[in-house]
Design a protein around this ligand. Structure first.
Ligand code: NAD
Length: 484
């Protein structure tokens, strides 16, 4: 049994109140999480504030850069521990955790450490009315204490995506990981201490959202800005909390992303790409595709091919050979996803693949397993097509013209990502311009260049992070005007 403790001011803090942490693979109890209350959240915010004025605030940029490289190296040195913690948190296959989550966790520190050394500065020479001059120059200063509130689907990757730039810019952080995935954020505290990051720079408080550590953190007056990844509705609640004190927010929220496949696309590549986008990480990827629109001449062939893919996954324990799909994160989330599966049937969907709970061998039956599922035949007004499910499933509908595909893809309140599959360069550019999304992939999916802007349009987010765009949230741009 693991004890997941809070990490506050460089120390491990237990509380009188714990909740269970279960393995989604078999529902086995694997740990107790110490829920932070008012006192712990307050202590973490105070420690983070004090660290800004302490040794951390005195470091030169180069020293900060070196420390962040040491953090990245620390993650890499304890690679196996991080993979095991990620697997225990999520139940995802070893292959995915070891190729995506943990390497990106380390890379998130390196890329922002390197970026901060090369930030350009604006200067303007002003000719003043008295015939003199004034030099204006921009200066980026840390925003202060950043509250980092994270989801459970890519726990280390998405948390370090925020902590990396926050620390690179000289801020301190209080992280609230998801109640379902306390492991990697806690382990990172050990790395921070091991490599000598000053106490109070990185703090972790555990707990839930409303009435618990998440809400307490978002309301804490010493928190100067909140970066959040999670559901759109949670974003609304956090935004209300942040309104008190006019604190800025950066939000990466939900999606209901479309994949559009034209008849001229490389068929096999499109099927493989959409299969990844729909089913990878058991469909628990904000950028994933739950709505697929396929041009009519290839519709039936595509449906058959994607259905075959959905049936071809090997479900099982994360480290078992050949396993390429894990369970959902929890029984609670599975109930939600199964609710959509039931609704699809009620509304008359034709179930091409899956549609329920798989038969799992003894020992795994109690896990949060679910079948990868493909539907056709639902009306666009269906909740299955309009609402984010966050499971391994997608609905496929045919389209005839480019205009129709664009209209269908844009017809939800979300605007996170889209994928377009075509061999026509004109179509590719027109769709890139016409789709109301933050990220449009052409003939690919989840191909991430960390220097680029990342974020969502419409109800999928506020602001952009990535590369220099992260500076907009993690720093204040001050102007200094010097009269000659
Ligand atoms: P969630 O919104 O339920 O929870 C996210 C975090 O917010 C958790 O740590 C939770 O404890 C906390 N929280 C909940 N209510 C809160 C409140 N009132 N105040 C403060 N904190 C609160 O999301 P989830 O279920 O953990 O994650 C899945 C969601 O995340 C999906 O909607 C998915 O699309 C989204 N997501 C978006 C991106 C992106 O980059 N746009 C990336 C990954 C996940």
């Amino acid at each position: 049994m693991t004890d997941f403790r809070n990490f506050i001011d460089g120390r491990w803090v237990e509380t009188g109140k714990t909740f269970d942490n279960r393995d989604p693979v078999d529902n086995r109890l694997i740990g107790r999480v110490h829920e932070a209350g008012d006192a712990e959240v307050d202590a973490a915010a105070r420690a983070a504030k004090a660290a800004l004025r302490g040794p951390w605030g005195q470091l030169k940029t180069q020293q900060r850069v070196e420390l962040l490289h040491a953090v990245a190296d620390g993650i890499t040195r304890r690679f196996d521990d991080f993979v095991d913690a990620e697997i225990a948190d999520t139940g995802k296959p070893y292959d995915l955790a070891s190729h995506l989550d943990i390497p990106r966790g380390a890379a998130n520190f390196k890329i922002f450490a390197d970026l901060i050394r090369n930030v350009p500065n604006e200067t303007f020479d002003l000719e003043t009315p008295d015939g003199g001059h004034a030099l204006n120059y921009g200066m980026r200063v840390p925003r202060g204490v950043i509250g980092v509130i994270c989801p459970w689907n890519l726990p280390l990757l998405l948390m370090t995506w925020k902590v990396g730039p926050a620390l690179a810019c000289g801020n301190t952080v209080v992280v609230k990981p998801s109640e379902d995935t306390p492991g990697t954020a806690t382990l990172l505290g050990e790395v921070m201490n091991d490599v000598g990051v000053p106490a109070g720079v990185y703090n972790v408080v555990h707990g839930f959202g409303p009435g618990s550590a998440g809400e307490k953190l978002s309301r804490h007056p010493l928190v100067d800005g909140i970066t959040f990844t999670g559901e759109t509705r949670t974003g609304e609640a956090i935004m209300q909390a942040a309104a008190v004190g006019v604190r800025p927010v950066s939000f990466e929220l939900g999606g209901k992303n479309a994949g559009i496949v034209f008849a001229d696309a490389d068929f096999d590549r499109a099927v493989a790409g959409i299969a990844r986008a729909a089913f990878d990480n058991t469909g628990q990827v904000c950028l994933g595709t739950e709505r697929v629109y396929v041009q009519r001449p290839i519709f039936e062939r595509f449906v058959a091919a994607l259905g075959a893919r959905a049936r071809g996954f090997k479900l099982g324990r994360p480290k078992d050979p050949g396993v390429n799909l894990g369970p959902l994160i929890s029984q609670r989330h599975r109930d939600k996803v199964l609710g959509f599966y039931a609704r699809a049937k009620e509304e008359g969907a034709n179930v091409v693949a899956g549609g329920g709970v798989p038969d799992m061998p003894d020992g795994l039956a109690a896990g949060a397993w679910i079948q990868p599922t493909v539907w056709i035949g639902l009306p666009e007004s269906s909740a299955v097509i309009q609402q984010e499910i966050f499971g391994p499933c997608c609905h496929i509908a045919p389209f005839d013209t480019e205009e129709e595909a664009i209209a269908l893809a844009n017809a939800t309140p979300y605007g996170l990502a889209a994928t377009v599959w075509t061999s026509n360069v004109g179509t590719a550019h027109r769709l890139g311009a016409a789709l109301d999304v933050g990220i449009c992939w052409i003939n690919s999916w989840f191909l991430r260049d960390l220097r680029t802007a990342f974020g969502g349009a419409k109800q999928s987010g506020i602001g952009r992070e990535g590369g220099v765009h992260s500076l907009e949230f993690y720093t204040e741009l001050r102007n200094v005007c010097v009269k000659r």
